[in-house]
Design a protein around this ligand. Structure first.
Ligand code: FPP
Length: 249
């Protein structure tokens, strides 16, 4: 995985992860209820998915609902749980046209039935698409993902499916929800907050970060394109040295 990432970095990113923040503040600024911000945020999901696909980005992971979001008011949680259904109802034909494949990471089983149904339907419909893979992090928390992975590893060790000496970084990767995806090269967070909020903690070890003050509902295709262009100017060293410095001494 590490070597693959080094190879693709010139034309990358291959995988972009986004913490979509600022929906509530966007709505409050307009004097609207918070859920209007989430509704508008759904349109941004469509816009940025299409933009990412056009840029030949292969994976886009969006933090749609965290394990901590259950502590929000019941009415807001209930609306957030309706969003995947609303989104798929409105945009599934367009996702098909764009050749986008829908997947999820997180504790899927604990979502309400109507949310699971809408998402499962979209996953099934789009499973043979070969363009961008749109990964919704739904009921996702990175620490809980790591706890789940450790439990599975211990279980497999106890049943002699693996040994102590098998445990290395690539084995741990294979026990995470993200086992089928490369690590994100770029993590974007909107709304001016500079936190990681329990998102992909293992996977972003070497990611570049980009923080924008723009609220998620206001993120335009132009700004997204310019973030990607800015990323492409960065030099990623993975803890090593600039290439021209390696042979200096
Ligand atoms: C954070 O903004 C945003 C969320 C918790 C929800 C994100 C969801 C969407 C953008 C729509 C997802 C769409 C689909 C299809 C699942 P916030 O409410 O924390 O904003 P604030 O910090 O300004 O209050």
């Amino acid at each position: 995985m590490f070597n693959d990432q080094k190879k693709t970095e010139k034309n990358g990113p291959n995988h972009v992860a986004i913490i979509m923040d600022g929906n509530g503040r966007y709505a409050e600024r307009l004097g609207l209820p918070r859920i209007k911000g989430h509704e508008e945020g759904m349109e941004t999901v469509r816009r940025i998915t299409i933009a990412a696909n056009r840029l030949n980005i292969k994976y886009l992971t969006l933090y749609a609902f965290s394990t901590e979001n259950w502590s929000r008011p019941k009415s807001e949680v209930s609306f957030l749980m309706k969003l995947p259904g609303l989104f798929m109802n409105k945009f599934l034909p367009e996702l098909m046209k764009e050749n986008v494949k829908v997947e999820t990471i997180g504790h899927f089983d604990k979502l309400p039935l109507h949310t699971k149904k809408a998402v499962s339907h979209a996953k099934e419909k789009t499973k043979n698409n070969t363009g961008l893979t749109l990964i919704f992090a739904l009921n996702y928390g990175s620490r809980s993902e790591i706890v789940d992975a450790v439990k599975e590893i211990v279980k497999d060790a106890e049943s002699n499916k693996l040994n102590h000496s098998d445990i290395d970084e690539s084995l741990i990767n294979r026990y995470l929800y993200t086992k089928d995806y490369p690590d994100p090269e770029l993590l974007i967070r909107t709304s001016g907050e500079c936190r990681v909020s329990n998102f992909l903690l293992w996977q972003i070890s070497y990611s570049e970060f980009y923080f924008t003050d723009t609220y998620w509902p206001e993120l335009t295709t132009e700004e997204f394109n310019s973030i990607i262009n800015e990323y492409r100017t960065r030099e990623r060293r993975f803890g090593g040295l600039k290439e021209d410095k390696v042979n200096e001494d």
